[in-house]
Design a protein around this ligand. Structure first.
Ligand code: FES
Length: 106
């Protein structure tokens, strides 16, 4: 069963399929969110979870320090909704925010 994701400030609602991250669902629905490593380490995909709950999955404390997690933030490349959620994406500041790194991390 999927959960609905409402993306702010776009106020667009779409459904995440079971096991899908917020970033995967948003990308599948045509949103270009900030992203970097895609593996929970760089923090470039970080955004706010305004309502609802997520499973933080493989988020690392480097990418998502505990204080940010406690403040309601999540790494959208790792976070999977566990309820309907309202999330706020970060504004992209440059083309670097759109990078998807394919290099293996050592
Ligand atoms: S893209 Fe690097 S932590 Fe999500």
């Amino acid at each position: 069963m999927g959960f609905s994701i409402t993306l702010q400030p776009d106020n667009d609602t779409f459904t995440a399929e079971a096991g899908e991250t917020i970033l995967e669902a948003a990308t599948r629905n045509g949103h270009k969110l900030a992203r970097g490593c895609g593996d929970g380490a760089c923090g470039m995909c970080k955004g706010n979870v305004l309502q609802g709950a997520v499973d933080h999955g493989k988020s690392t404390e480097i990418g998502l320090p505990l204080a940010d997690r406690d403040a309601g933030m999540a790494l959208f490349c790792c976070a999977k909704p566990t309820s309907d959620v309202v999330v706020e994406r970060r504004e992209m500041s440059s083309s670097w925010d759109m990078l998807e790194w394919d290099m293996p991390m050592e």
